[in-house]
Design a protein around this ligand. Structure first.
Ligand code: CP
Length: 312
């Protein structure tokens, strides 16, 4: 694998999940694969899980790790070409990506959507800027439109907990006080399209995700009917896609409750706002898989790094 920018880059998802579970059973099985190789993790936005799990994954493979909070500590980057750089942006992506490429063997990037300009966000200028100008592999640690490491961890978690060949999995929108990006939901949808499952997306009117991503998926605007007989309920907020980046309303009736969850497993990528997105009783119940999802982030990242290292 050259780059990991979307869940599709993995190839066969089921094979990937099985390989990740093998790594989970024996995390140090390939402890020399990354010896004398360095990964540089560049964060343009905050993180807890992605930062620590990717670092741990690299360490399991014997890699050295460099971490930089680029958003706070790096020079502000220019992405346009031919501009006179006489304002706040001190460095062009062209030089920055080539320079970083000399210090490491893999670059991993986190750069969220601005939620101000759909076209610009969908161009993925940070991630694609590094892909274009770096001469080493690039891993997406959550970009404007995708969070494929999270989706792979979610696939691993579903595999570990499913009790039937074809479970019912529901992605349910949840209320949130702030405008959040679509990346987690997009990648979860893309991952579910590769699964043998009954998959339903439920969200209020006005919150439909990018139709190119949800093409072929069942979208139900009545949460109660969508949740019927669910085996897994993945709860996530996202801002409007059609009214790009807007919070149209914070309908608290969409909050996940123990009653609505029924017997299903509860999933969320974290971080999550208690009693806003779901009630405490959901998160604190045995049905919650959120801590396991976070643990599986390590093995998702380890699989991705292993696949990249294997083609060096
Ligand atoms: N789920 C996830 O990506 O968590 P962080 O934002 O803390 O990395």
């Amino acid at each position: 694998m050259k780059n990991y920018l979307s869940i599709q880059d993995l190839g066969n998802l089921q094979q990937g999940v099985q390989e990740a579970l093998t790594l989970k059973a024996n995390p140090y099985a390939f402890e020399n694969l990354g010896k004398r190789k360095t990964i540089c993790l560049l964060f343009f936005n905050n993180s807890l899980r992605t930062r620590l799990s990717t670092q741990k994954a690299a360490q399991h493979l014997g890699m050295d790790v460099m971490v930089m909070n680029f958003g706070n500590e790096g020079w502000q980057l220019e992405f346009e070409h031919g501009v006179v750089m006489d304002a706040g942006k001190a460095e062009h992506i062209k030089e920055a990506a080539q320079v970083v490429s000399q210090y490491c063997d893999i670059i991993a990037i986190r750069a969220f959507a601005s939620l101000e300009d759909k076209e610009k966000d969908e161009k993925e200028e940070v991630l694609q800027g590094f892909v274009k100008y770096a001469h080493i592999p690039v891993v997406n640690m959550e970009s404007s439109t995708a969070h494929p490491l999270q989706a792979l961890a979610d696939a691993i978690t579903i595999q570990e907990h499913k009790k039937m060949e074809r479970p019912k999995v529901v992605l349910s929108w949840a209320p949130h006080p702030r405008a959040l990006p679509h990346a987690v939901a997009n990648s979860f949808v893309e991952m579910m399209k590769l699964q043998d499952a009954e998959f339903v997306i439920t969200n209020p009117e006005g919150y439909d995700l990018n139709p190119k991503i949800t093409e072929g998926c069942q979208i139900v605007h009545d949460q109660q009917s969508a949740l019927k007989n669910a085996n897994f309920v993945y709860v996530k907020n996202w801002s409007s896609y059609s009214n790009y980046g807007q919070v149209l309303h914070v309908d608290k009736s969409w909050k996940m409750t123990k009653e609505k969850l029924g017997q299903a497993h509860f999933m969320h990528c974290l971080p999550v706002r208690r009693n806003m997105v779901m009630e405490d009783a959901v998160l604190d119940s045995d049905q919650s898989l959120v801590i396991e999802q976070a643990n599986n982030r390590t093995f998702a990242a380890q699989l991705v790094l292993k696949r990249i290292l294997e083609v060096f």
